[in-house]
Design a protein around this ligand. Sequence first.
Ligand SMILES: NC(=O)c1ccc[n+]([C@@H]2O[C@H](COP(=O)([O-])OP(=O)(O)OC[C@H]3O[C@@H](n4cnc5c(N)ncnc54)[C@H](O)[C@@H]3O)[C@@H](O)[C@H]2O)c1
Length: 358
Amino acid sequence: MKYIDKDFYKGKRVFVTGHTGFKGSWLCQILLNFGAEITGYALPAPTKPNLFELAGLAQKMHSVIGDIRDKEKLQKAFAEAKPEIVLHLAAQPLVRESYKEPAYTYETNVMGTVNLLECVRALHFREPSSVKSVVNITTDKVYKNNEWVWGYREDEPLDGFDPYSNSKSCSELVTHSYVSSFFANSEVAVSTARAGNVIGGGDFAMDRIIPDCVRAVQSAKPLIVRNPRSTRPYQHVLEPLFAYLMIAQRQYEDKSYAGWYNVGPDECDCVTTGNLADLFQRQWGAGFSWLNQAEANAPHEANFLKLDCSKLKTTFDWQPRWHIDEAVAKTVEWTKIWLASGDVAAAMNWQIKEYMEG
Ligand SMILES: NC(=O)c1ccc[n+]([C@@H]2O[C@H](COP(=O)([O-])OP(=O)(O)OC[C@H]3O[C@@H](n4cnc5c(N)ncnc54)[C@H](O)[C@@H]3O)[C@@H](O)[C@H]2O)c1
């Protein structure tokens, strides 16, 4: 893989928040394969079942179960881990949940970011050559959404509509302030990465289209799709994860790479939720169907969202690897193995290998 050096991570101390989640589990599996020394910090896995347990990750890494809002516990875990690289994924990541629990969403997503950056600041001042690279994982939803047809660029206004999106806009702003106020003249390189919706094996979250498709298969009932015309930059989960690792590596080696980056698919792979359900149906075969039933009085969600990823592409010569149909095929492959009680960790490893071999 040209833009990432897997040997770079060998023996590196990496601190991952949100390691028990969907993206965190895939990320830790990649880092384990690279030979990194990982400490994870998160609440228990948010769903039952979950990828973290299915892949047996607790036994393969140092996993600390704690709340990102608990400053003392986080500081202790961070100081013990003495990380060189920090990847921040812990968050309340669901739009609908954020309408039900706005204060909790802000506490976790905004103050969680502050607490983590305070850990970086404290360790850096104690040991200036310790933490060298931090990536804060936010989202494509950080932008003020104008419902227009072209992709958002990194310098456009950050002002998400709903509490989740807005809390991530705030997490961005917090990060920008820490960079200017504390890290500008230090060795610490800090970036944010704004990725679109991801799909892949092992996501069991509520209110996400692919987990909903799988639940429909299991219940032998058609899936009701409430927003089939919403366009989203869907990608396989390995796409942003490798982009995060690339940014973390490159800014570690050369701080001038630090910045704010969109991570998303090519234009041809920005599909509607209905297109995605059709692709799932094609890949799954018999046993899955869906119905278009727009919901009356549904909470507001953006209809149209695309990212302009020119900055990531030109800075790092990066390109997405899997088109959307391949991303769905890999998701279906993994899910069928899981439903047949197969070896899901092995399936993750061969999909990671296939992705890297491109
Ligand atoms: N899944 C997507 O499509 C997507 C798209 C863009 C951005 N993201 C971002 O990627 C990150 C990971 O998302 P995911 O899909 O893996 O979500 P997930 O719900 O599967 O995982 C969230 C993780 O955060 C942890 N967490 C939640 N609240 C916490 C708290 N108070 N203290 C400590 N840990 C806490 C959970 O335990 C879990 O480990 C999030 O920051 C999310 O906003 C996800």
